[in-house]
Write a protein that binds this ligand. Sequence first.
Ligand code: FES
Length: 125
Amino acid sequence: MSEINTEDNWRYAFKASKLKPGKKKMIRVGKKLILLLNVDGDYFATEALCRHMRWPLAYGAKVKDDCIRCPLHQTTHKITDGSLVEWSPFPLLPAYGKLVGKFSKQKDLKTYQIRVLGEDLQVYI
Ligand code: FES
């Protein structure tokens, strides 16, 4: 019986010291675009593009109460597990947000395990 080496799935992502608290960074690991976040010293990794209309969350997304909110139509997901909190609510009047929200299927945001190894951030792919 062979053992699966899960260490092979950890990939270098970024220098931990360069991702300061409150900052986010979009990176590419292999073919995946990943968003790295430092929230008060805790690191998170999610897919980099909004699930709604693929806006790059590194540009303008706000992080608050363990949630990330896209600046375009304010779709909001938990950064801890990617679960959907609110889908395209903005703007409310006219109800353009709700309308464009129907253009795509509601989905959770993919999240990745992240760890610090030495001076490096690594994500589990
Ligand atoms: S593109 Fe992010 S909420 Fe619409």
